[in-house]
Design a protein around this ligand. Sequence first.
Ligand code: 13P
Ligand code: SF4
Length: 315
Amino acid sequence: MKQNSIVEKILELKKQKDVLILGHYYQVPEIQDISDFVGDSLNLSQKVTNTNNKIILFCGVHFMGETAKILNPSKKVIIPDLNAGCSLADSCEYEAFKKFKEQYPNHIVISYINCSAKIKTLSDIICTSGNAMQIVNSLPKDQKIIFAPDKNLGGYINRVTGRNMVLYNGSCEVHELLNAEHTLKIKKENPDAFLIAHPECNDSVLKLADYIGSTQGMIKYVKESENKKFLVATESGILHKLKTDNPEKEFIIVTNNASCACNDCRHMKLNTLEKVLYSLENETYEINLDEETIVKARKPIDNMLEISKKLGIIK
Ligand code: 13P
Ligand code: SF4
């Protein structure tokens, strides 16, 4: 089927079945373009709490579908490909994390939203890259904290805030691969460019950055910046929005070596327009979670949304 006909069919079915299509910025441009709402993890988790649609089709990865289900237990939540996982979420397995947590009594657990529903049940507050710093700062200075699963985001917060949070040893394979050596080379080749980086990048790359922020943070920063050229250290999907918003600006994606063409998340990029259509036609693949998991995992997500509202990060 031609792309135009697929898009037409998707739009028709979406209306007919009353489906809200959500897309993360890391989705391929064609999926972002047919989504009702495109956002980063924080925007999407907020959007998902305010929907009247019968079905939610989440174009992202598995833990995002789970989060949508936790926040909307009575709704049907579907994702285009059940194999779209996340290396960061997978790096934190339930039994291992439970044991890890037991080593640190009297610690509050702040977990990055990129974790499974089961890990959320062991957490006190969820955060995203868009609110992690403020959430940590909202706690008393002497509060003992476990930060999981992203050691890079946690390490970055420790450095900026002077805290000493206990970090779980997880990371995102896409951001972790970027290195200082090649980043520095691209910087030297483009002395007029600003380096923007996602806090999931490792410390050596973050140290070189002119701006560090979440996907939405980087989008806002570039839009408001007078600068015309940017080196972008994150997943390549962000380029679609950056280029659409700023046609006059130039973007160079920071890769991990000269021959690597892009930083595609292999999980995010499993989703295609064809799979979106199949999902709508068959109402698959449904996310199902048991009641106990939903109740326990919801608490830390609600805590995140409540704190974020209180701090004015979201409305
Ligand atoms: P944000 O959407 O919070 O920027 O996180 C990026 C990411 O890796 C999502 O999987
Ligand atoms: Fe997970 Fe990294 Fe892919 Fe985001 S980019 S879904 S953190 S593997």
